[in-house]
Structures are given as C-alpha cells and as structure tokens.
Design a protein around this ligand. Structure first.
Ligand code: SF4
Ligand code: SF4
Length: 61
C-alpha cells in the first residue's frame, strides 16, 4: 500500500492534488488529506503537481 505524506504546515489548501489524483485518494478539508489510502497507486502525480512542495514523499508500507 502507498500513500502520499502531506505536510499540513506547508499545504496552502489549493486543491490541485485532489484534482490531479487519478484515483480519488485525496480530499480537501482544512488541508489536503488522504481519504482512501487503499486506492493510491503511487504514481507521484500529486507530489509533482503540488505548488507548495507540501507532499514530501509517496510512502510505501
Ligand atoms: S501518488 Fe498518485 S494515486 Fe497516490 S495519491 Fe498521489 S496522485 Fe493519487
Ligand atoms: S496541491 Fe499541495 S498545497 Fe495544494 S492542497 Fe494539495 S498538498 Fe495542499
């Protein structure tokens, strides 16, 4: 399983990662959060798209 690691202190809540993810893994609350970790395919699109550098890694566990 994989999931993006989001640094809430850096997230500016723009929603770009939510819109970019092809698997509907993320949602925007006060900051971007992982709502469906099981669907993440570790493509890295959210990390590449984040303008704030708030997604620090795609963790595989
Ligand atoms: S790594 Fe890919 S599938 Fe996983 S949350 Fe980011 S955009 Fe979605
Ligand atoms: S793209 Fe980055 S700054 Fe924008 S909501 Fe997602 S994690 Fe936050």
């Amino acid at each position: 399983m994989a999931h993006p690691v989001i640094n809430a202190d850096e997230c500016v809540a723009c929603g770009v990662c939510v819109d970019t993810c092809p698997c509907d893994v993320l949602e925007l609350e006060d900051v971007a959060t992982v709502k469906d970790e099981d669907s993440c395919v570790a493509c890295g699109s959210c990390q590449e798209a984040c303008p704030a550098g708030a997604i620090t890694e795609i963790a595989e566990d």
